[in-house]
Write a protein that binds this ligand. Structure first.
Ligand SMILES: [Zn+2]
Length: 244
C-alpha cells in the first residue's frame, strides 16, 4: 500500500528570530509578536481539520508566551526543540551549543512534562557537534539536513570534509534525519526582509507556492511507495489572511 505523508511543521520563532538577527527595535519585534496571532489562527485551522502538527519552538518563545505554548501541547501537537533564542549551532562553541540545547529542552519539559524527541536547528545550519549532542540528549530525530528529499535517513557523525581530498564519511547514528528544504519553507518565498547585505524579496503569490508544493507531493507519489515531506511554516508568515 502506498503511503505518502505531508508533515506540517510550524517554526514558532516569534521574536527570537529577530533577536538572533540583532533586530530588536520595536517594529521587527512586533513582526515576531504577530506569530502569536498567527499561531492562534493556525491552531484553530488544525483543530477544524483534526490535524496534528509539530511545532519547533525556541525556549524564548515558550517562556515569553507560556499560555499559547501550553495550548499547542494541550491540543495534541508535538513541541520540538529549536534553540533558546534561535541561535544557529554553527555560530557557537560546542559547550555553548550543549548549554543551549539543555536550556531549550528544559523549557519544553516545563510545558509538556517530557524532553523533546525532535530537533530542528535555527537557520538550518548544524555544527560538527550537533548530531552527537542530539544522540547524547536522547533525541530521536533531526530535521535540518537535506541529503535526501522524501526518504528519511540515518544522520552520520564524524565526517571529515576538506578541500582537495575526498570526503571521509563517518558512521551512521541512531538519529533519524527528516529532510526539510528551503523550497518547502514559507519564509524565503513570502517574507520581505531587508538586511544590510541582502534583500529577501518574498511576497510571492500563495497559490503559486502551493502549486510547487503539490507538484513535489505528486512527484513523490509517482516514484516512491512511501515518503514524507516536512513542509515548514512560520506562524508570523503564514498567519496572514491570504495564506490562511
Ligand atoms: Zn526558526
Amino acid at each position: 500500500m502506498a503511503r505518502h505523508y505531508a508533515c506540517l511543521c510550524f517554526d514558532f520563532d516569534a521574536m527570537s528570530l529577530w533577536i538572533a538577527r540583532d533586530m530588536t527595535t520595536p517594529t521587527p519585534i512586533s513582526r515576531g509578536e504577530f506569530g502569536v496571532i498567527g499561531t492562534d489562527r493556525i491552531l484553530r485551522l488544525l483543530a477544524k481539520y483534526k490535524i496534528r502538527a509539530t511545532w519547533f519552538t525556541p525556549g524564548h518563545t515558550l517562556e515569553t508566551y507560556p499560555e499559547i505554548s501550553r495550548r499547542i501541547h494541550e491540543e495534541g501537537h508535538e513541541i520540538a526543540a529549536h534553540g533558546y533564542t534561535h541561535e544557529p549551532p554553527a555560530t557557537v562553541s560546542a559547550e555553548q551549543e550543549e548549554a543551549i540545547l539543555v536550556r531549550a529542552n528544559e523549557a519544553i519539559r516545563k510545558v509538556t512534562g517530557a524532553p523533546a524527541k525532535g530537533y530542528r536547528s535555527p537557520s538550518w545550519d548544524l555544527s560538527p557537534h550537533t548530531v552527537d549532542l542530539l544522540v547524547k540528549h536522547g533525541f530521536l530525530y533531526d530535521s535540518s539536513m537535506m541529503g535526501d528529499d522524501y526518504t528519511p535517513y540515518w544522520a552520520r557523525t564524524g565526517d571529515v570534509i576538506r578541500a582537495g581530498a575526498p570526503a571521509k564519511l563517518g558512521p551512521r547514528t541512531s538519529l533519524v534525519e527528516l529532510c526539510p528544504s528551503w523550497s518547502w519553507d514559507d519564509f524565503p518565498v513570502f517574507e520581505y526582509l531587508r538586511m544590510p547585505t541582502y534583500l529577501q524579496q518574498g511576497l510571492r503569490r500563495a497559490g503559486d507556492v502551493l502549486d510547487n508544493w503539490v507538484d513535489d507531493f505528486t512527484y513523490m507519489q509517482g516514484i516512491l511507495d512511501w515518503g514524507v515531506i516536512p513542509y515548514t511554516f512560520h506562524p508570523q508568515v503564514s498567519g496572514r489572511g491570504h495564506h490562511m
